[in-house]
Design a protein around this ligand. Sequence first.
Ligand SMILES: C[S@@+](CC[C@H](N)C(=O)[O-])C[C@H]1O[C@@H](n2cnc3c(N)ncnc32)[C@H](O)[C@@H]1O
Length: 226
Amino acid sequence: MNENGGKPKKSSSSSDGSGSDKQLDRREHWKQLYETADTTHVNWYQDSVSCSLDRIQDVAPDMTTSIIDVGGGGSILVDGLLDRGYTSISVLDIALPAIELSRNRLGERASLVNWIVADVCRFEPERTYEVWHDRAVFHFLLEPTDRKAYRDVARRAISPGGKLIISTFAIEGPFRCAGLDVRQYGSSEMADELGGDFLLERSETETHITPGGEEQLFWCGIFSRK
Ligand SMILES: C[S@@+](CC[C@H](N)C(=O)[O-])C[C@H]1O[C@@H](n2cnc3c(N)ncnc32)[C@H](O)[C@@H]1O
């Protein structure tokens, strides 16, 4: 188990209202959310993750493929990956209570997973991954500097030829989630964000029905790391 996910970066000054203040706010927000919310009733909850699993298996039929679920939270994606037979799974989240939730749910099987508590924008990977999966994390990054940091981390973390599978709210999707403002994406917007190191292979939209019965339009893209 890796609780830290690598070396921490030097913290930037917090006195200018950027850097570590922002990181702390973000971490605290998600920590409190997981400590207080019923996680099967949050808007993003899915009781079936077959779309993500099928996308992953489509690009990674080999069960030894190294996979990281970024912002995995309490998602049952990790359970599904284990059920399908994947043997190299990492789950990263900024909130320790989210990681604990998934670890407790998995019981003994939790030891088969590498757990990482880190802000993805400050993550310093000590290895590379062949598949990077992100459902509903990138769209929370409102600052261009955070999105650039995410892209730089993904570029370092994904091996050449590896896949980045990313789901965000679509252009017609919601403007807020989890009490936070979010951004909306389509293929050209995300290709612009990810820059020249990633090639969009395909994309699709899908409608997510929240536990409260609301429809949310998601966009999903599969990129190849050049
Ligand atoms: C909307 S939830 C989605 C959870 C999961 N991917 C799913 O589809 O059910 C967003 C998740 O991303 C995590 N998160 C938010 N910002 C993050 C960041 N900067 N670095 C890592 N995790 C983050 C949150 O703690 C939360 O678990």
